[in-house]
Design a protein around this ligand. Sequence first.
Ligand code: S3P
Length: 199
Amino acid sequence: MLGSRARGPGRQSETRAVVLIGFMGAGKSSVGRALGEQLGWAFEDLDERIERRERQKVDEIFRDSGESGFRRAEHAALKELLNELRAGAARIVALGGGAFVQRRNARLVEAGGAPIVFLDAGVEELWRRCRQQARQNGIERPLLGSLKSFRELYEARRPHYLKASFKQETGGKTVERIAAEVVQALRLDRSRGIRGEKQ
Ligand code: S3P
């Protein structure tokens, strides 16, 4: 179901942040950017914050420090980001595909109170998008693996993603349409964004 509400209504009309979660290839960054533009809210990609803090690309962190090193850096960056959100900036935040799966991260995000949106698509579509991004933009995803391992990881993680406030289908839709559907489903208000000054 589109924009389906997985949990209670929350306080969307007062929301000043939205957190996007979902598997690799779900469109968290591109939808996040479009949402930011539609609302006049700042957009932040957690992986980019990790790279700035660590002064290394995500694939280099995996190579040099392993997945456990990456998860430590991810948790530290998430804590920092959530503290900034608490200070009041209206913001769209995209988390990397494994971030919300870590219990301590999920607890932190949930405690923040912002709606959490699970962007989803069929696993073959997600795989196709990741392969295309690797070919066209050189995006290296250390956990991409084979279609078989990709599918297994997706299935293992999906129950975690389903704890989100909303699930938004992305298959066969433009990024702008997905963003518009999220705005409508969450009843987000442009005037509460950073440029709107109703803060
Ligand atoms: C990961 C997904 C990546 C990135 C890292 C780990 C994962 O982000 O955080 O490679 O565990 O699924 P995207 O979901 O943006 O590809």
